[in-house]
Design a protein around this ligand. Sequence first.
Ligand code: FE2
Ligand code: FE2
Length: 473
Amino acid sequence: MSLSDSIPNNVDLGSDKKLLRALEKWQPNFINWWMDMGPEGFQHDDIWLRTAVSVEAGGWAQYDYVRMPDYRWGIFLTPNEGERTVGFGDNATSKVWNEVPGELRGLLRRIIVTQGDTEPASVEQQRLLGKTAPSLYDLRALFQVNVEEGRHLWAMVHLLHQYFGRDGREEAEALLERRSGDPDKPRILQTFNEPTDDWMSFFMFTMFTDRDGKYQLAALAESGFDPLARATQFMLTEEAFHLFTGETGIDRIVRRSIEAAKADPNGDARGQEAIDLPTVQKWINFWFSSAVELFGGEISSNAADYFATGLKGRFREKKKYDDHQALEEVYSVNVIEDGRLTSREVPLRNAMNEVLRDEYIADCERACRKWNRTIKDLDFDFELKIPHRRFNRSMGIYSDVHFDLAGEPISNEAWEKNKTEWLPTPEDREYVQSLMKPCYERGKFASWIAPPQKGVHGMEIDHEYVKFQSEKN
Ligand SMILES: [Fe+2]
Ligand SMILES: [Fe+2]
């Protein structure tokens, strides 16, 4: 472990001068990007942040006040676990690769660049949110997520520099040049070009969009390209906090919504500057349907190639499955024929996106059951639901026809008639936006969100998680 180096790392950067120099050249460009596109207005403040300093389970993080531009972004791979073999696909049982096999170079580069591109994109999407944070606790959480997405970019850039030569260096530069939402040089995936401009959307993003990230990373953590597997394994440990932020953030909105409705003479949460549950449901519908697109086509030859070549496995491929070839089985996909749903059997390998999407949806439904338990515990009559995967899709086989929340095909007229009930309207957005006022007083929370159950890493909820060094307006 080398923490004294210009770039903290456990990949023995010091012994590879050429690689070290290339990364040291990229570093100032990264900082320029961070100053330009990172959180606006808070670069001089002291934030109570955790920094990854090792890969040991339980002891990898250090907590202290840090100014974000001084954050120590490092390169950490989960240690080698002895002789590993490729866990699945046509190359199963051969030794894992520590160099890029020539014939897989293009595929692997695309996987790494696509993953890498999402990391800075989300920082860009969230760059203005600090100005309206509902508490210091939440402000800190936002910045923690942002610096770690920055570190995830480092993780992918390290792989590009070390294993892809000149092409890799060019891709690493391009990762700092694209901009979320820029019509001329947008980020690669559409969801990462949508602004995240209110805090309920931030919690939805960390709940649903980051959770796609978790499943993509978990599939890559099975990869036969060992450096990618080990990089993504460590990223997952950081990712867990992002998901926690989203899942508990929505729970806190729900909690406050019910308290407010009960306190209001008309039983209306909006009357108390909180967010009513039907509006929360609309945000869930919007963000879930956007995130679920990220898994790619339902029937996909790319997905089959990624699996066949041993680059991208299923969720918990090694632990959960016995047949790692996946050549005999079929998967039945619901397709639309003449406007009606029928099922079609496709070779399992071609349905790998759908298999991963199944895992993701089950996880979202688990979280939703927890929110509903909160509602029940507070003796309130409402049920939140995760919409069907076919609802509101703009890519894949379900994008040509409209579906309702339960996944049943509906006419264009029915869609037009109902969509304002299902998805945020401009008025809803305006209302939620009207609540977005900063609440920077220690231990205080904005009117629309309940405090968390506990503080960060043994600290009190009213800890001074951010020490401002400049006036905020
Ligand atoms: Fe990330
Ligand atoms: Fe994340």
